[in-house]
Design a protein around this ligand. Sequence first.
Ligand code: CU
Length: 141
Amino acid sequence: MASSPTAPEQDESSSGTGEALIRILDPWARPSAQAGEMSTSAVYLVIRNQGQETDRLLHAESDVAETVELHRTTMDGGMMKMEPVQAIEVPAGSDVELKPGGLHIMLIGLKRDLEVGDRVTVTLRFERAGEMEVVAEVRQP
Ligand SMILES: [Cu+2]
């Protein structure tokens, strides 16, 4: 898959056949926080569903992290907190943005530090479109 740090709009992936057509736009990750087993990062991207049917992101994995979870950020008594979600639904003909303060792909237990300019490969599994691989560049939020 082609990838360019200077032109994220060209760094798109597409997958699926027939009704389902999912594209991933502008994937990026934040630098790692903390160190060792508790080190974390998060991956953000836009999921574009160009198909005629709702699709759902069910699962993500990456070789840089022990655990990868789909998370959302919520406010709890004025405190921001994160919690896992089972899936991220992407209605037909719409974009769902994973971004700081919202939905994200959580990387837990990083196997290496992530610094600005590094690349992280993440495999996404959609209910309809199946698996697709994206390369997220690490940058400052
Ligand atoms: Cu999280």
